[in-house]
Design a protein around this ligand. Sequence first.
Ligand code: PBG
Length: 322
Amino acid sequence: MLNRPRRNRKSQVIRDMVQEHHLNAADFIFPLFIINGENRKTEVSSMPGIFRYSIDNLLREVESCMKLGLKSFDLFPNLEESLKDKTASESTNEKGLYLRAIKEVKAHFPEACVVTDVAMDPYSSDGHDGLVENGEIVNDKTLEILAKMAVAQARAGADIIAPSDMMDGRVQYIREALDAEGFTNVSIMSYTAKYASAFYGPFRDALESAPKFGDKKTYQMNPANQREALIEGALDMQEGADFLMVKPALAYLDIIKLMKDNFDLPLAAYNVSGEYAMVKAAIQNKWLDERAITETLMGIKRAGADVILSYHAKEVLENKWI
Ligand code: PBG
C-alpha cells in the first residue's frame, strides 16, 4: 500500500505536528450578562455555569478572564421591566446599568476589548429589536434610535459596536453617526447573517427580553436560506462593517464557510445560548463528556470563523482544554 494516512496519526507528536486548526484564547469573545445591584451573581437556569453579574462582580469576572488570556467581552444588560419603554430610552441613560458597566470595565481594564450590543430588545417594552408601530417593527425610525445607542456606547468606551438588530441600512447609519461624533476608530461588528432561530431561548431568559408578541421573522433571516446571506454580506461590506458575523453557529456551519469564501473581512460566529445549553445539558446528564465542547468549537473554527463568541470561552481556558 503506497498511501497509509494512518502513518500521520501514529503518535501524539505527529498528530500535533499535522494538526490543521487550533483554538486560541485570542479567538474568543466572552458574552457577559449584567444585572443591577451590588454583589449579585444570579445563575441563568437554562445556562448552567453562566451568571448575571452586578457591576462589582462583573469586574471580578473580567479580571479572572483576563488572567486566563481571555480579553474580549460582549456585554448584555438585564433590565427591570419598569425601565423598559417603546423607544428604548434607557439605552442612552449615562447613569444606567449598561453604560456604567462599559465605563467601569474600560476604566479598570483599559487593555480589554469591550464589544457592545446595539438593538432595542433589552430596553424595549415590546421585547423587539426595533421600534413597534401598529404591531409592525418599523425599520427607518429604528435606525435613529440604534445610532444614538451606538454613540452613547462609544462615548462610554466601547471598542467594537455590534448591531444585533437586523434592520436594513443600520451599519452605514451607525458608521456615519459614530464618525460625526469623532468615533472614527470605534469598530462595527455586524450581525450579518442572523437567523430567526429557536436557539436564542436561554439568552432571552438571561435578559428577560423575549418578544411580548409575535416573533422576529420580519427582520431575522429564514433558516432555510443560504444565498440571502450573501446579499446581507455584500451590504455590510458596502456599509462599512469591520467584521461580519454568522449567528447561530452550529446549525449554520455552511453559512460560515460560504461567508468566509466570499468576503475578506474577519468573520465572527456566535455559538449561541441554546447551543451552549444543549451541550451542557448532555454533559450534566453524562450523555456526552466534556470533549464535546472543544469539538464543537473546533467545528466552528474549521468552518471558517476567525472569531468565536461563546459562553464556553472561559471554561475551555480554565480547564486547559485548548
Ligand atoms: C437580540 C439578541 C439575541 C441574541 C443576541 N442579541 C436574541 C434575539 O435575537 O432574540 C442571542 C444570543 C444568544 O442566544 O446567545 N438583539
